[in-house]
Design a protein around this ligand. Structure first.
Ligand SMILES: Cc1cc2nc3c(=O)[nH]c(=O)nc-3n(C[C@H](O)[C@H](O)[C@H](O)COP(=O)(O)OP(=O)(O)OC[C@H]3O[C@@H](n4cnc5c(N)ncnc54)[C@H](O)[C@@H]3O)c2cc1C
Length: 248
């Protein structure tokens, strides 16, 4: 009998399993993909030896010193800082919107203080933004919104920003300085050897069943575990739907 069966070998599942094992519990991890690491899985390209993040680049960022110390006990992290460039109207801009973006877009040479005042002059009076579009316009004005936020939001969410809740963009970073680092967190970086070695260490002494869909043998897993832990968001929704088909 297992104390825990954990469905999903991503960061949540692997760290949970590691900590429970350390606490003396019997743990099994079930993973439907053919590898551990979840969305953070990385591998070395055999031709170039470049470390590839299979599901998209992942930058570790946190403002918690405890979290940073914890993750650094499993890997050495480099000093990578994420900086993003985008094109609009045939020009290259820095994102998220910062003083360089504002000055280039409006062809100005504003100081930080002036940029704050300038942005205010661009923002129409919207007392209580009702959706993402209104919220974004209330933060950066219509021109910057339409150039840098609208199309990207439609692409990412596949719907009209007017149909998305205002909260989605509450944390839209807008800087009136030249700071162009994407994340604000105190600690940032990428593990020098990629993410997968972290997962190998976390799961070293824990049995992992790869290529195994938890849902296909759910009753079986339930009969051999005191507690089941679902880590994947979609898996949680699937299980909720199974348990409560009346809930959409
Ligand atoms: C393109 C992209 C870029 C990102 N960039 C960043 C970033 O730069 N920084 C950052 O902090 N976060 C980033 N994220 C978010 C980050 O990937 C997640 O926060 C993190 O991976 C979540 O870990 P997790 O363990 O909760 O889930 P996951 O990593 O998704 O792991 C869940 C695991 O459960 C498995 N699973 C699902 N269903 C089943 C089933 N039925 N049976 C068995 N196993 C199952 C999945 O295969 C998966 O391996 C990014 C995400 C994406 C997609």
């Amino acid at each position: 009998m297992y104390d825990f069966i954990v469905a999903g070998a991503g960061f949540f599942g692997a760290i949970f399993a590691y900590e429970m094992k350390k606490a003396g519990k019997k743990v099994l991890v079930i993973e439907k993909r053919d590898h551990i690491g979840g969305n953070c899985y990385s591998y070395d390209c055999p031709k170039t030896n470049i470390n590839i993040h299979k599901y998209g680049p992942h930058i570790f960022h946190t403002s918690s010193e405890n979290v940073w110390k914890y993750i650094n006990s499993f890997a050495d992290f480099n000093n990578y800082r994420h900086r993003v460039l985008t094109t609009a109207g045939g020009k290259v801009y820095s994102l998220p919107v910062n003083l360089a973006t504002i000055n280039k877009f409006y062809n100005l040479s504003l100081t930080p203080d002036e940029a704050g005042e300038f942005l205010k002059s661009k923002i129409p009076a919207i007392s209580s933004p009702q959706n993402l579009e209104e919220k974004a316009i209330s933060l950066i004005g219509r021109e910057l919104y339409e150039t840098f936020i609208k199309g990207y939001t439609i692409k990412q969410w596949d719907c009209d920003p007017k149909d998305l809740p205002a909260e989605v963009i509450t944390r839209l970073p807008v800087r009136t300085t030249y700071n162009d680092i994407y994340y604000d967190d105190d600690y940032q970086g990428m593990p020098s050897g990629g993410y997968t070695p972290i997962f190998e260490k976390l799961l070293k002494d824990i049995p992992v069943e790869l290529k195994t869909d938890f849902l296909e043998k759910r009753d079986c897993w339930r009969s051999v575990a005191r507690t089941l832990v679902y880590t994947d968001r979609n898996l949680c929704f699937d299980i909720l739907r199974q348990l409560r088909p009346d809930i959409d």
